[in-house]
Design a protein around this ligand. Structure first.
Ligand code: AMP
Ligand code: GLY
Length: 416
């Protein structure tokens, strides 16, 4: 089978790496890909937000499957366009992907179908939002309704901070049209985890639960990033907690989306918080997480293509999804200055000498036979071990072998 993977970060490298192990996969393409992905797949420069261009490429190359990994093309209806053209595509329809692309839609669904989440209100008028904030007080959370690269969330300790967040989202339009509405939400507290599942719109198969590290610096300080590291499984969730998340969150959400006329097929991701009054949903994503995928897929023993086929046939209930024991950890190496501005084009050395790890590339490219930095998050150095401490130690041994000017990474992945 010939497969195109859409995207070009560490998550997509992990997906390409996993699909390359499938005996059924004979040829891999990736758009746009990166220097690491280029070792396993033919990288093509397609505009992934142009559904016609991707569909034409799929026809031209007679592709059997397109795996749509990032949020934007999912929200833009790439899966719908491909399926309408008779091409198998992995991921939810645009209507189902609203569970991520519109926070107000997600909140509406959670309330209607009794899925535990923070109390909320949405506003399309900045003054009304601020009036409400003054009325309920701080701490309070303000979120842009639409997709904002994970940056549209403000956890505010004061009323004035929350008012400023509303202005930034709705008046200054810091996130463009994603800020046409805001959600004002009750501030929750507690440890967070990412519980992803495969689903065919009926059956829910949870993956090993992961924990992300969103802040830039050690001790969870500094600005939010796309994710500086992750590990799985997380010891924070008991077996009972996982069952609760499966039944009361993931299965309910899947059933809800079917009942709303937009069945969800693909990977549904619940970002949860373990609050003193129980587990609540912070957000849903309509896709694999980054960097969670870099620790989840190395633990997946089953063939990812078999799971994709089972979902496509709506027969996930008959598909055996197996995980290997042990744990995995990923440490993200980023460019100096990330998540702020940073320079590109720094030569990366030590990639081949780092053993005992899998190095998933994020922002890299090939220039004259050299691999250079080409983004904020550059590499995800991943290791699998018999347990979490082993996996973490091995990942850091890998990190020490790899060098580029200004490389920054957290030293405390897996410590929280
Ligand atoms: P999100 O992009 O929705 O995952 O939010 C980013 C981060 O903001 C989350 O990982 C949480 O740490 C924090 N956050 C979001 N919503 C809330 C909330 N209602 N209460 C407290 N923290 C929140
Ligand atoms: N790691 C969080 C996300 O992928 O949204």
């Amino acid at each position: 089978m010939k497969v195109l993977v859409i995207g070009g970060g560490g998550r997509e490298h992990a997906i390409v790496h996993k699909l390359a192990q499938s005996p059924a996969v004979t040829k891999l393409y990736c758009a746009p890909g990166n220097a690491g992905i280029a070792q396993l797949a033919e990288c093509v420069s397609l505009n992934i937000m142009d559904n016609d261009a991707v569909t034409a490429f799929a026809h031209e190359k007679q592709l059997d499957w397109v795996f749509v990994a990032p949020d934007d093309p999912l929200a833009n209806g790439l899966v719908d366009a491909l399926q309408n053209a008779g091409i198998k595509a992995f991921g939810p329809s645009a209507a189902a992907a609203r569970v991520e692309a519109s926070k107000s839609f997600a909140k509406y669904v959670m309330d209607k179908y009794d899925i535990p989440t923070a109390a909320w209100k949405d506003f399309s008028d900045a003054e009304k939002a601020k009036e409400y904030i003054r009325c309920v007080g701080a701490p309070i959370v303000v979120k842009a309704d639409g997709l904002a690269l994970g940056k549209g969330v403000f956890v505010c300790q004061s009323v004035s901070e929350a008012e400023a967040a509303v202005d930034s989202i709705m008046v200054q339009r810091a996130f463009g049209s994603a800020g046409a509405r805001v959600i004002v939400e009750e501030c929750l507290s507690g440890p967070e985890a990412s519980v992803l599942c495969f689903t065919d719109g009926k059956t829910v198969v949870p993956m090993v639960a992961a924990q992300d590290h969103k802040r830039a610096y050690d001790g969870d300080r500094g600005p939010n990033t796309g994710g500086m590291g992750a590990f799985a499984p997380t010891p924070k969730l008991s077996h009972g907690d996982i069952l609760y998340v499966k039944e009361h969150i993931l299965q309910r959400a899947v059933d809800a989306l079917s009942a709303e006329g937009c069945p969800f097929m693909g990977v549904l991701y619940a970002g949860i918080m373990m609050t003193p009054v129980g587990i609540k949903v912070i957000e849903f994503n309509a896709r694999f997480g980054d960097p969670e995928t870099q620790v989840i897929l190395p633990l997946l023993r089953s063939d990812l293509m078999d799971i994709m086929q089972a979902i496509d046939a709506r027969k996930l209930d008959a598909c055996k999804v197996e995980w290997q024991p042990g744990a995995a950890a990923v440490v993200v190496m980023a460019s100096e200055g990330y998540p702020g501005s940073y320079e590109k084009g720094k030569e990366i050395s030590g990639l081949t000498s780092a053993d005992g790890v899998t190095v998933y590339h994020a922002g890299t490219k090939n220039v004259d036979g050299r691999v250079v930095t080409n983004g904020g998050r550059v590499l995800g150095v991943t290791a699998v071990g018999n347990d979490l401490p082993q996996a973490i130690a091995a990942a850091y041994r890998g990190v020490e072998q790899i060098h580029f000017e200004g490389a920054q990474y957290r030293k405390d992945i897996g410590q929280k």
